[in-house]
Unconditional design. Structure first.
Length: 86
């Protein structure tokens, strides 16, 4: 709405505010995409902690993610030393 008002009334403060809000929203969206993998790792780690010896298929079913995504999470957690393969 501010962009439309700024164009009809030549209010450049409203225009710059609207553009700033758009940039901030895009930044938050990007941050959410980056953090999604971290949250998925935590869900997988919590499930494995509660169910030692769980297999990727069972973990995927429990956390509601595809098995290939869970396999990637398990690889990342193993590389970080948070999980160990038996």
């Amino acid at each position: 709405m501010n962009v439309w008002t700024a164009q009809t009334q030549a209010d450049y403060a409203a225009l710059s505010t609207a553009l700033c809000l758009c940039v901030c929203a895009a930044g938050l969206f990007g941050e959410d995409l980056v953090q999604r993998g971290h949250r998925q790792d935590l869900m997988v780690l919590a499930h494995v902690a509660a169910h030692p010896g769980a297999e990727a298929r069972g973990i995927a079913r429990a956390v509601g993610s595809p098995e290939r995504v869970v396999a990637r999470n398990l690889s990342r957690l193993t590389e970080k030393g948070l999980l160990a393969l038996e």
